[in-house]
Design a protein around this ligand. Structure first.
Ligand SMILES: CC(C)(COP(=O)(O)OP(=O)(O)OC[C@H]1O[C@@H](n2cnc3c(N)ncnc32)[C@H](O)[C@@H]1OP(=O)(O)O)[C@@H](O)C(=O)NCCC(=O)NCCS
Length: 225
């Protein structure tokens, strides 16, 4: 594929992705990615608050720079952050607060991988629904969320400091028993997409939590204010 960056990474073939929670020692890379992909969503204190907040999960997607020692002894970090996602688990709702992929690696399926990981983590935590706000003009992100079944339930007018409005999206099926199958199907689809770009999907924890059956209409949104 012509748009696969090959300059500083494990070479063109079979680049393994690593998915793990972000730690304090990762914050320099997190801030750099935040600037590049999110235009400065949070500062260092903002990310520290996420790390200290028990209801918050901050996930990073990483790759290993080519020719570098595992311990970073060659002068580069042992892993390079290329994506991040954040969600809050509040009672039984997952609030997705950020998702970003380094622009050099966008449109290869990595955003889907991160969103899938956040939804899997939400399901494991026993969340029944997922929600988020996204700028109404951010068609890329809205397309990503809609691909995973999110529906718009409202608009927050002039939500952002520049006057842009936010679309409120909900996904209500998280706790349905059959949602495990949906997640597994997405895992296969996302994995196939990543493989086309020579990415090796990261290991994901199995969905072990058994949740009660909910019989609500999956397309009927609720709860947003
Ligand atoms: C939104 C974002 C995370 C998507 O990441 P990505 O790795 O490019 O996404 P994927 O390659 O997994 O694409 C997933 C889907 O999103 C949609 N999408 C992503 N980029 C798109 C674009 N430029 N144009 C149209 N649709 C797009 C498509 O539906 C795409 O599926 P497809 O390629 O099969 O058509 C990425 O664009 C990003 O980091 N944007 C800046 C940060 C941001 O706006 N975050 C959201 C609010 S916090």
């Amino acid at each position: 594929m012509s748009n696969i960056p090959t300059d500083s990474f494990e070479g063109k073939h079979n680049r393994r992705l690593i998915l793990r929670t972000i730690a304090e020692s990762d914050l320099d890379q997190v801030l750099a990615l935040d600037q590049t992909a999110l235009g400065g969503l949070w500062n260092r204190d903002g990310y520290r608050r996420e790390l200290d907040n028990d209801t918050s999960t901050l996930l990073g997607l990483w790759i290993k720079p080519h020719g570098n020692g595992e311990d970073g002894s060659a002068g580069q970090p042992a892993e390079q952050l290329i994506g991040l996602g954040c969600t809050w688990f509040i009672v039984d709702e997952a609030h997705i607060t950020a998702i970003a992929i380094d622009p050099k690696y966008q449109r290869q399926g990595l955003g889907q991988q991160l969103l899938l990981a956040l939804l899997q983590a939400s399901r494991r935590q026993g969340m029944k629904r997922a929600t988020l706000e996204v700028n109404c003009n951010n068609f890329q992100a809205i397309a990503l969320y809609e691909k995973f079944g999110f529906k718009q339930v409202g608009i927050r007018k002039k939500y952002y400091s520049n006057g842009d409005s936010a679309s409120i999206l909900w996904l209500n099926r998280l706790s349905w028993p059959q949602f495990i199958d949906t997640l597994q199907q997405w895992e296969t689809t996302v994995g196939d997409r990543l493989k086309k770009y020579q990415w090796i999907p990261p290991s994901l924890a199995p969905l072990t939590v058994t949740l009660p059956c909910f019989s609500r209409d999956p397309d009927t949104a609720s709860g947003a204010t």
